[in-house]
Design a protein around this ligand. Structure first.
Ligand SMILES: [Zn+2]
Length: 466
């Protein structure tokens, strides 16, 4: 019997013990000896000025480039082919001499991005799950992993959250056996202060139990995929249920937080919702400040905004942290709104500001005349009676809006949805609305906002969001 089967057949108390044992092991790895020094350093960097951050960036960049050119086969070869001395890259502006790197290239030549000496470093294997099932598997140094965690705690500290704060976690791991039909639809990791709510049992029939459990345990912090939190929020608003306490914050990750989801989550939980952007490859990070602005964490990696439209850019990242698997100018495949990138925020954070994450590059619909239309979440901006929505394009002449309706959803909402969609997609494409009980999820439980079955060109696999 394998571990998963053993877990599935265990009684709930034993599953809680196993979750806690796993949590303890994870805690020891992440926060064991040496972690506090990294955390202190990462927290200190938040107080640096723009100039000091730039100096730090260039110093870290030179170190990782030197490492790439000597110890990473792909780059050793690239520098040789380009006739480039790595010492010519003195600052982040000089990075432009290197070509952009796609995930497809990394996938193809995966082993060549791993440093020669990775076995001498303390590493663990990480994987990203591509939407079509082909992910990356790569080593990450313990130091890089810890730096990334310290960065996330620095972000959470802005809202009064630290490692002693209990939280409800809604994410893609299946901790509750799928055939279970009665509560508890949650398990507890005591060392990690986590109540792990199942993302695979969330139907209207049982969501009342979720709300009651939240009210019984009163975790001050709620965290999860926006697509899961909005399922619960939608249920609560629909059923007129609410929390009997006020959480200090709700945070989301792994998927783009769509504006209609944020509005619904804040209303249902009675707390501000904050998002962060992280990558499994540990190459870039962005996090919200207490003024609700998303800042690039400039000390962790160098993020380039490669313009692809008015006020819009694709994220390209050069990671400083992972010495075992080096990626320079790596296309992340996520679009951001850079309208206010260089404005100063009242919070004093030295990081450039991103107005919003506009979703993934491949989140677009192709019209019959060949136009690619993205940023379609704007259609849902004021649609308060839509609980969930996903756009499916089966062929170039037709899109289907799969909609989970709220209780107050009427014919007028239907008409408004079609009208707003028409404004963006034009008059020639057929627009259908299908009412469904829930949306299609990937293997890891994530929801893609646009599911396209049209192959106009190769849609690059993107980085793993976390
Ligand atoms: Zn700020």
């Amino acid at each position: 019997m394998n571990g998963e089967n053993l877990y599935r057949l265990s009684p709930v108390w034993l599953q809680n013990t196993l979750c806690s044992a796993y949590g303890l092991r994870v805690n020891l790895r992440r926060y064991g000896r040496g972690y506090s020094a990294i955390e202190r350093e990462v927290f200190r960097r938040e107080t640096l000025s723009v100039d000091q951050i730039r100096t730090l960036q260039n110093k870290r960049l030179k170190a990782i480039v030197a490492r790439a050119a000597t110890k990473v086969p792909y780059y050793r070869d690239l520098f040789r082919r380009l006739g480039l001395d790595p010492r010519e890259i003195m600052s982040v502006e000089d990075l432009k001499v290197l070509p952009l790197l796609t995930r497809a290239e990394v996938q193809e030549r995966l082993a060549e991005f791993v440093s020669d000496d990775y076995e001498q470093l303390t590493t663990t294997l990480w994987r990203t799950s591509g939407t079509t099932g082909t992910g990356l598997v790569f080593p990450m140094t313990l130091r890089a992993e810890r730096e990334q965690w310290a960065l996330w705690w620095r972000y959470r500290a802005r809202f009064g959250i630290d490692r002693s704060t209990w939280y409800a976690h809604f994410y893609g791991r299946s901790v509750v056996p799928l055939d279970q039909t009665t509560p508890p639809f949650w398990r507890v990791n005591y060392p990690g202060k986590q109540i792990l709510f199942s993302g695979y049992h969330m139907s209207d029939r049982v969501l009342g139990h979720y709300v009651r459990e939240l009210n019984r345990r009163r975790p001050p912090w709620i965290q999860g995929y926006p697509s899961l939190l909005s399922v619960l929020a939608g249920y609560m608003l629909n059923a007129g249920e609410s929390l009997s306490y006020r959480p200090i914050a709700v945070t989301t990750g792994s998927e783009t937080l769509l504006p209609y989801q944020r509005a619904m989550i804040e209303k249902a939980f009675g707390a501000a919702c904050h998002e962060h952007y992280g990558t499994t490859e540990a190459v870039a990070n962005m996090s919200e400040c207490r003024y609700g602005k998303l800042h690039v964490d400039e000390d962790f990696g160098y993020v380039e905004f490669v313009k692809n439209g008015e006020g819009n850019a694709e994220l390209v990242a050069t990671g400083f942290a992972n010495e075992a698997f080096v990626l320079l100018r790596y296309r992340l495949g996520d679009n951001v709104d850079i309208t206010h990138a260089h404005e100063q925020c009242a919070c004093g954070n030295p990081g450039r500001m991103v107005k919003g994450i506009d979703g993934r590059i491949e989140d677009y619909v192709v019209t019959p005349d060949g136009r690619k239309i993205g940023r379609l979440d704007h259609i849902l901006k004021d649609m308060v009676n839509v609980r969930e929505c996903q756009i499916v394009q089966e062929d170039v002449n037709r899109v289907v809006f799969r909609v989970v309706r709220g209780k107050k959803f009427t014919e007028a909402d239907h008409d408004k949805l079609v009208l707003e969609a028409r404004k963006r997609l034009g008059s020639t494409i057929r627009i259908d609305v299908a009412y469904v009980p829930n949306l299609e999820r990937s293997k890891t439980g994530k929801v893609r906002f646009v599911v396209s079955r049209v192959s106009t060109e190769r849609r690059d696999e993107n980085s793993g969001r976390c």
